[in-house]
Design a protein around this ligand. Sequence first.
Ligand SMILES: [Zn+2]
Length: 100
Amino acid sequence: MADDAQQALPKMVDSGKLAEAFRLKGVKPNCPSCDKVGWDLRTGGGITGVTLSFGDTEGNTYMYGHSAICLVCKNCGFMKLHALEFYGDCLIEVPDGQPD
Ligand SMILES: [Zn+2]
């Protein structure tokens, strides 16, 4: 259907492209908590990332802040975030909405 064809396809982070982008930017591979090397890139339904909420001085909370890539240390569970806007070239389309 025409409407379906015009919808933006879901995207996910290509872990190989992300690893290369981290290398080029000098991102240290070691976990800052346990010093081991090994990160899990969480994906859910082909989408990788989280959105951070934020608040204002009036006490309002907004749920559409920065989008980030979340990585979890495979050894200790430490979680780190990288702003997705720095890694837009690492996104790939997921044609059927699911990862391979
Ligand atoms: Zn760790």
